[in-house]
Structure formats: C-alpha cells, structure tokens
Design a protein around this ligand. Structure first.
Ligand code: NDP
Ligand code: GDR
Length: 355
C-alpha cells in the first residue's frame, strides 16, 4: 500500500496521537511523531506500533520536540517535509490549566502559531495541510444547544482561552496565506487509552480497582456536569477526513447525545457488578456519598473548577453531510469497554504496581 503521504503528528504519545498514528500507518502513510523528553517512558500508548529505528522498513519515526521551542519545530518540519500536520499536542487538562495558565497559553496557543509559522517560513503553504485540535471547551458558558460550527464561543478556562487563540490563528493563516488549515471542534472522546486523570478514566479505573478490592473510595468533583462523550478511535478518522477535503474548513465531531458524570459513574460500577444507591443527589456539599452498604464515592471540593462548563452537546450534522463522518459507539458502550479494559489490566498486574 505505497503512498507518498507523509504525516507529522504532534502529541503522538497522547490518546489521540496513538490512535491516529495507527490509523495513518494502516493507510500507508509515513508517520512522524513529536515526542517530549521525559525522565520516564512516555511512549506506552505507541509501544504496539513503534519499531526500533534500526529495523528496516519502519514507516514510523519519533523526533524529540516541544511546542514551546520554535527552532526545534522549524527543524523537524524542514526535515520531514510533511504533506499533513496534525497538531494534537497540548496541555490538555482543563483543571490543570487553572494551575498553569501561562504554560498552557504558551504550548496550546503560541505553540500552534509556531507550527503555522514553521510552515510559512519554510515555504510549505501549498504542500502541507494542517489540522488543529480545537475543542468543545470553546463553547464554555452555554449559549445554545446543541452546539454547532455557528454557535458563539465563550471559553471558561485558561485552556479554553488558549485554544480559542489557536482556533482563530488557524483560520487567519487559512485566509491570509491560503493554507489548507482546518479546525476539528471535537467534543469529549475517550477510550481505554484515555489519560488517567480525566473523569471517565478516573471512574473506570476506580470501579475496576474497587471491584478487585484494591481501592476503597473514589473522590470526585461536579457530578452534574454533562458531556457529549464519543470514542477516540472514531474521532481520529474524522480528523483525517477533514484533511482529505479539497477545501479547508471547520467541523464539529460529536455524538449528539449528552450524559452526566453521575450516570457515567452509575454505568461503570454497574458493569463490574456494583449497584450504586445514590444519596444527596444534586447536592454538592462536602461529604455527600453514595452507598452500596459502604460509602464508595465522595465529593471533594478540590475537584471543582473556578468556572465550569455545565453542558456540552454537539451537533455533528455538517461533518455527517460533508465528510460522511458519524459516530458509532454510544457513551454507554464506551463506559463498558473502558471499565472492562481496566479490569483486565488490573487483574494481570501484580498488586502494588499502581496499575
Ligand atoms: P493527551 O493529553 O492524551 O495528549 C496530549 C499530547 O500532547 C501528549 O502526547 C503530550 O505529551 C503532548 N504535549 C503536551 N504538551 C506538549 C508540549 N509542550 N510540546 C509537545 N508535546 C506536548 O490529549 P488527547 O490525546 O486527549 O487530545 C489531543 C488533542 O486534542 C489535545 O490538543 C486536546 O487539547 C485536544 N482535544 C481533546 C479532546 C478529548 O476529548 N480527548 C476533545 C477536544 C480537543 P506527553 O505524553 O509527554 O504528556
Ligand atoms: P473536560 O474533561 O474538562 O471536559 O476536558 P474532564 O474529564 O477532565 O472533565 C469532565 C467533567 O467532569 C467533571 N469532574 C471531574 N473531572 C476530573 N478530571 N476529575 C474529577 O474528579 C471530576 N469530577 C467531576 C469536570 O468538572 C468536568 O465538568 C476534556 C479534555 O480532554 C480537553 O482537552 C478537551 O478539550 C475537552 O475534554 C473537550
């Protein structure tokens, strides 16, 4: 399956980067990934597809790099001469962005500018198509539901504000320099590869650990937040589809359904055979808990955000009509897949490994 397509993925070690790299390799692409230097291994998610550089015929290559370092980005783009860049790298945790707002702006906002400038400085505007990982966090404070490409933005976190800059700079470079730059406004998407501190994975890991007697309690924040949760594997396909269009544009990818954190908890525990009996539903004081004989879940105000995004529900009509993209996995199925995967990992990991 020979192709002359060369992709550069920033954030290749993250959830989406891992799925996208696998997807593009299966399509015959040569795939290059930007990887940060870390004191411990951060390539766990791409172990299955990475081969030693000494092995012949490997179409997957990793480069050390960071979105905060423009000279490094220019050098890599020059070396790789990509036909497609997928800018997935970001400080992607909303709650953490309140703790590290300046870094988040540097990586998520200015990092996007640095990459776009690298394309321009190297004269690759007509060769290199650009995908920007935009987000439903741009909508923030609810203006209308469901949210579509025409819904006004009102970000509610330093992360959302940084991503707002990234969104508009991609649009601006498209208009100013005729670059093929597209924004995917993706609603939450999860998988067994989801980072352990995002709420879905935190819940499914805890349900599995509690089932196996390795954890006693799960501490959470706002149980009433509602998210439009889809499967990451399906969303990376949509990213690729955007870059195959003749014209660049911006698209929402979403399921069109929303679920509360509370329901996601309920489902995950159900799937490991634990029926939850809720107490204090809707209340948010410290110490509210739910029961299955003992108190398994408690609210910790530390996990509340200074400003919250209460309700996300996306309208993926444009992506369906123009790209032919549709989600397949429901949030209910996603919870089951994630919790069963966590159970399996934990069952095979020795106690005390933290898995
Ligand atoms: P992850 O947090 O799983 O992955 C983020 C990736 O970015 C990791 O590879 C991380 O490296 C890398 N990274 C972080 N900071 C830098 C930096 N300064 N320089 C280079 N690399 C960096 O995110 P997801 O895979 O879930 O999301 C991918 C992108 O899509 C992100 O931009 C996110 O904001 C956006 N997004 C995600 C959605 C979701 O629901 N998952 C929805 C909408 C948008 P390391 O592994 O070393 O930490
Ligand atoms: P989000 O995802 O902020 O939507 O950003 P996250 O899973 O962190 O939060 C979802 C909702 O759950 C509530 N919540 C908790 N969240 C976390 N992390 N931990 C808790 O203990 C907890 N308790 C309740 C949150 O308040 C929130 O309302 C994700 C990221 O992937 C972004 O990068 C991406 O842009 C958006 O999705 C779309």
């Amino acid at each position: 399956m020979a192709t002359n397509k060369i992709a550069l993925i920033t954030g290749v070690t993250g959830q989406d980067g891992a799925y996208l790299a696998e997807f593009l390799l299966n399509k015959g692409y040569e795939v290059h990934g930007l990887k940060r230097r870390s004191s411990s291994f951060n390539t766990g998610r791409i172990e299955g597809i990475y081969r030693e550089p000494h092995e012949q015929n490997s179409r997957f290559h990793l480069h050390y790099g960071d979105l905060t370092d423009s000279t490094n980005l220019i050098r890599i783009v020059q070396q790789v001469q990509p036909t497609e860049i997928y800018n997935l790298a970001a400080q992607s945790h909303v709650a953490v962005s309140f703790e590290t707002p300046e870094y988040t702006a540097n990586a998520d906002a200015i990092g996007t500018l640095r990459l776009l400038e690298a394309i321009r400085i190297l004269g690759l505007e007509t060769r290199t198509r650009f995908y920007q990982a935009s987000t439903s966090e741009l909508y923030g404070l609810v203006q209308e539901v469901p949210q579509s490409e025409t819904t006004p933005f009102y970000p509610r976190s330093p992360y959302g504000v940084a991503k707002l800059y990234a969104y508009w700079i991609a649009v601006n470079y498209r208009e100013a320099y005729s670059m093929h730059a597209s924004n995917g406004i993706l609603f939450n998407h999860e998988s067994p590869l989801r980072g352990e501190t995002f709420v879905t994975r935190k819940i499914t890991r805890a349900a599995a650990a509690i089932k196996l007697g390795r954890q006693r309690k799960l501490w959470l924040g706002n149980l009433d937040a509602k998210r439009d949760w889809g499967h990451a594997r399906e969303y990376v396909r949509g990213m690729w589809m955007m870059l195959q269009q003749d014209k660049p544009d911006d698209y929402v990818l979403a399921t069109g359904h929303t679920t509360s954190v509370r329901d996601f908890v309920q489902w995950s525990f159900e799937d490991v055979g634990i029926e939850l009996e809720w107490r204090g539903k809707g209340e948010q004081e410290k110490g509210i808990c739910v029961r299955t004989g003992e108190c398994l879940i408690e609210i910790d105000p530390r996990y509340f955000r200074p400003t919250e995004v209460d309700l996300l529900i996306g309208d993926p009509t444009k992506a369906r009509q123009q790209l032919g993209w549709e989600h397949q996995t429901s949030a209910r199925e996603l919870a089951r897949e994630m919790v069963l995967a966590d159970l399996e990992v934990m069952r095979s990991a020795p106690i005390g490994t933290g898995a």
